[in-house]
Design a protein around this ligand. Structure first.
Ligand SMILES: [Zn+2]
Ligand SMILES: [Zn+2]
Length: 191
């Protein structure tokens, strides 16, 4: 974030799609910043159980010092995502997606009259089409070619994009290789 000229302290809300490690283990350094450098309030929105999952992750990260020293300085709120709601002035809708045993939340975030759809991890089932329908921007996972258990394949992602020609697609979660439309590291887009 610093490299992009962004202040991590400006972030008021973090939306979590699900609790798999590749989607949550980047959070501890961010939390460290919010405990010791910038103590503005922070809200996490996510699936049911978000408070236990994340508090457990902070405990694992810092051991007893989390409760003793850090937790009292952390101005955090954990909210279970509703079907739709407004948080810090941002309207969102949640779409339940198919992803292994855990499932996941996709979000439609309304920003200045535009809609950004974000999938997290999902199979390319009907709810994914519902998530991206009429969105201005869709950030959707496209894990790899062929058979990708509980995920969206490159082929399915490409078909999804064809079904929604007026939406700008950005593919992430690519495990290796090159896919047309894949995001680049530290990419910034105008919505
Ligand atoms: Zn996952
Ligand atoms: Zn993942």
């Amino acid at each position: 974030m610093h490299r992009l000229g962004m202040d991590p302290g400006d972030i008021a809300v973090v939306f979590l799609t699900h609790f798999h490690g590749d989607h949550t283990l980047g959070l501890p350094p961010f939390v460290l910043h919010r405990v010791f450098v910038d103590r503005r309030p922070l809200t996490f929105v996510g699936p049911t159980g978000i408070d236990e999952h994340l508090e457990k992750l902070w405990e694992v990260s810092w051991g007893p010092d989390w409760q003793r020293v850090m937790r009292p300085q952390f101005k955090v709120k954990y909210l279970t995502a509703k079907a739709s709601g407004t948080i810090s002035g941002v309207r969102y809708e949640t779409v339940k997606l198919d992803h292994g045993t855990m499932g996941g939340n996709g979000y439609r975030i309304h920003l200045d009259g535009k809609v950004v759809a974000y999938s997290g991890d999902t199979e390319p089932t009907a709810p994914l089409d519902k998530l991206v329908e009429d969105a201005d921007v869709a950030i959707v996972e496209a894990t790899g070619p062929g058979d990708v258990f509980s995920h969206t394949s490159w082929e399915a992602a490409t078909r999804l994009r064809k079904r929604h020609p007026d939406t700008r697609f950005f593919f992430n979660h690519v495990y290796s290789g090159k896919l047309a439309g894949a995001v680049k590291d530290l990419q910034v887009i105008e919505v």
